[in-house]
Design a protein around this ligand. Sequence first.
Ligand code: PLP
Length: 456
Amino acid sequence: MNKITNHLATAELQALDAAHHMHPFTANAELAKKGARIITQADGVTLTDSEGEKILDAMAGLWCVNIGYGRDELAEVAARQMKELPYYNTFFMSSHVPAIALADKLAELAPGDLNHVFFASGGSEANDTNIRLVRRYWDLMGKPGKKTIISRKNAYHGTSIGAASLGGMQGMHAQGGMPIPDIVHIGQPYWYLEGGDMSPEDFGLMRARELEAKIDELGEDKVAAFIAEPIQGAGGVIIPPESYWPEVSRICAERDILLIVDEVITGFGRTGEWFGTEYYGLKPDIMTVAKGLSSGYAPIGGSLVSDRVAEVIGREEFTHGYTYSGHPVAAAVALENLRILEEEKIVDHVKNEAAPYLAEKWHQLADHPFVGETTIVGMMASLALTADKSVRKPFKASPGTVGFMTRERCFGNNLIMRHVADRMIVAPPLVMTRSDIDTLFERAVKSLDQAYEDVK
Ligand code: PLP
């Protein structure tokens, strides 16, 4: 029997955690001082920690628990599948029912002709697959020189070396010789901090046209694809100006490159549509999915691939795959999650109830003296913390410190919000009710008040 259980005292758990557990994306110096918060249980939109505190999770874990915590149906499906067929692979001409059923369901739900899926265990792996897919596609098309993938600064596409290279996070690139060759980055459509005197619409057009300029600079015969999140999530919930996506779509349609839309966050209802692709009217050749695909109950992701690309890739063996591609337990859990999303009309709930109410409350925060702007699409929102509401600027001294302090104030008030530099972010479970949103709002106001006093 494992001696470590939920019933150990918090301090004991924290000591063991510090001794043996290396954390992803964690301020290690702060962790060493304070110890990790230990989450022991969750239900609906609420986490419980090892001290018995009830915490409102306005981040849905890592933007993934779309249907909320504690759905027994998913646990039951997982147990059933583990008994029947806990594992088999999909290599070497094998398949199994959960992978087949999930692929079929995704083809039905996905927009356009994204009728094929290559499974992975999460978003990073799926984006690594995408690098291989687009380069292989152009090889088979007789254009092996088309290798370069254009991405954007401050994009997040995951953390494997391929996915992190696609991403445009300087802090990540600085820690490991990234980006790898043949991945380049153009500017992001972040009007608030980078738009200067331009109108949002002009700025959106300008940033979109950087794609065209980059294709011209590199040569169309060298460019394989453009990859982007419909709304940059980990970059700070950067909602592009309305002019941005139509112009990018025009450029992709006119130039001989593939469009990869990374819907790891925006997929499965977060924008109030099934996919951000539908929200913005996009026509991707490949779409990355993960997170909300299983609501985080099991690790699974994938690349949804158009008929055109799948036909070419399928001409020969594609020398790529993961031990857990289409894992039967994860696939069965994802399928059940999709059933719940569909049957309980959760995407409609977002569009017609939860998101409009969250938007109403969220925009009220713009009146707070500490808040520069509020933005929201569906159930993903952010606000800029500012020292001076009259200018669009971050805090001068060590950007991010104020965001970090505000996040800790939120946690002290039993609210999980995330910070990216000096932006505060929420992406709650899609099943939030009005009363959950009221609680979120009350705790957010209290935390902002406290943080404002802290920095005054
Ligand atoms: N793509 C986007 C847009 C993401 O937000 C993330 C994770 O946050 C990823 C890819 C990476 O997914 P994973 O952490 O499952 O590898």
